[in-house]
Design a protein around this ligand. Structure first.
Ligand code: UT7
Length: 320
């Protein structure tokens, strides 16, 4: 029997500390007005030392399992998208596995920068469709605050920390579940957004570097293509989309995608104002918020899209 990956739970974790634009303007030469107008960001959550990727991922995973009303012991695999793991290895995902008390199955990290959650969703969906697993935790968890050069106003105002998780389970092919995922990367553009650092290279800074203007240009073009690709693959049109849950990097990019799809603003899930850009965590954080508050419900068609360092980009279509 063929299986579809159905969504049975969502969960989130955000660090307790909230930092406003005005507070940042005390540290670097910026203003609340510039940040709001150019990005839509008003505040971000920043992690305390104990709020690592594993800590936040575990909290989000527990919340998602509670929401799914299943026992952690039912999880067959944990896929964790992150560019800010606690350690080079073991994978942050196995730390989560241990923290959840799981003694079977497997867990691994996946690195695709801001597209990480779409990539992890795609791999999880393949594992379910091929019958290798029944229940999967897919998590995006990031502490980008540890990668930022806090003297660089062009980047430090853009990012925040957090984690979001979903539980997928094999279900009947009855029209619900993940319809398709579409992944892309273009290594030749790797230097547009990267971290200047690696283990054993103390001469590097370890800071995030970004050509914002170029990334913006690529994002608008490549995400438009990814959205069209997802709909065409399923014989669907813009009118069929109930919700857009985009990566939350910049409100102007989000608005451009909503406009392209002809969606009214209230059908586009936006968290960038409160979370800033949480990289691989941004889509599950936004998605979970809209599921919990009842906006996204049974039968809705949800379109997700993201672009990030790599460049990597992709999309996913999900019928609730
Ligand atoms: O998640 C991964 C994908 N990332 C993205 O999708 C990010 C895509 N890029 C963007 O969102 C935007 O390009 C940014 C928000 C990063 C920048 O916005 P922009 O409208 O492209 O600004 P810009 O880089 O062209 O800079 C415009 C001006 C510059 O000053 P001059 O050269 O015109 O005098 C910057 O120095 O704004 C200045 N600027 C700032 N001013 C006040 C840059 N950062 C700041 C700041 N506060 N924080």
């Amino acid at each position: 029997m063929s299986h579809r990956s159905t969504l049975i739970g969502v969960g989130t974790y955000l660090p307790e500390r909230i930092v406003s634009n005005t507070e940042l303007a005390e540290r670097v030469d910026t203003s609340d007005q510039w940040i709001r107008e150019r990005t839509g960001i008003a505040q971000r959550h920043l992690a305390a030392p104990h709020e690592t990727a594993a800590f936040m991922a575990t909290a989000a995973a527990r919340a998602a399992l509670r929401h799914a009303e299943i026992d952690p012991g039912e999880v067959d695999a944990i896929l964790l998208a992150t560019s800010t793991p606690d350690q080079a290895f073991p994978a942050t995902a196995v730390r989560v596995q241990a923290a959840l008390g799981l003694t079977r199955g497997f867990a691994f990290d996946l690195s695709a920068a801001c597209s990480g959650f779409i990539y992890a969703l795609s791999v999880a969906d393949s594992l379910i469709r091929t019958g290798q697993v029944r229940t999967v935790l897919v998590i995006g968890a990031e502490v980008f605050s540890r990668l930022l050069d806090w003297s660089d106003r062009a980047t430090c105002v853009l990012f925040g920390d957090g984690a979001g998780a979903v539980v997928l389970r094999a279900g009947p092919a009855d029209g619900r579940g993940i319809l398709s995922t579409h992944l892309h990367s273009e290594g030749s553009t790797g230097d547009l957004l990267y971290v200047d650092g690696a283990i054993g290279r103390p001469e590097t800074s370890g800071f995030l570097r970004m050509n914002g203007r170029e990334i913006f240009r690529h994002a608008v073009a490549k995400l438009a293509g990814a959205v069209d690709e997802a709909l065409a693959a399923n014989g669907l049109g813009y009118d069929d989309v109930d919700w857009l849950v985009p990566h939350q990097a910049n409100k102007r990019i989000i608005d451009a995608m909503g406009k392209k799809l002809g969606l009214p603003p209230e059908r586009v899930v936006v968290t960038v104002d409160r979370h800033a850009n949480t990289s691989a965590a941004s889509i599950p954080l936004a998605f979970a918020e809209a599921v919990h508050d009842g906006r996204i419900g049974a039968g809705d068609l949800v379109l997700m899209e993201a672009l990030g360092g790599g460049l990597t980009w992709g999309s996913a279509l999900l019928r609730m």
